[in-house]
Ligand binder design. Sequence first.
Ligand SMILES: [Zn+2]
Length: 146
Amino acid sequence: MRKELFGIKAPAKECSDKKCPFHGELNVKKEFFTGKVIKKDINHSATIEWFRSTYLHKYERYALERSRLRVHNPACINAEIGQEVLAAKTRPLSKTKHHVIIQIKNTEIKTSAPVVESAETKREQKKESQTEQKEASKSSRKKQTE
Ligand SMILES: [Zn+2]
């Protein structure tokens, strides 16, 4: 059993998972990805997702790119949907999994993506401002007619 992994302390809960980097016999490589859990399956599997913006020279603006990764979710960590996690590279664990979650970075559980949320709120704000303007113009017209 390992008490520490790259300076990350082992979780308080113990597990009997062979594929756990802390309580099992799994070697972890120094290659990390941070992402948000978007899907959680039975059999200790999860999907993480992260966004990054790349500059497009031709259009002189940024494009948002998405990356997704299938990861192993050990029983002692048990990351929930919406949590920000740190995953590290390991040996191939199954057909699609080559990484394992080693830390939960953010304990807050968020249900929807922040990118979508911000866009929706902006739209709502725009609508509100437009309606306000309309009302203002109506009232000004009334005043003119009076
Ligand atoms: Zn464990």
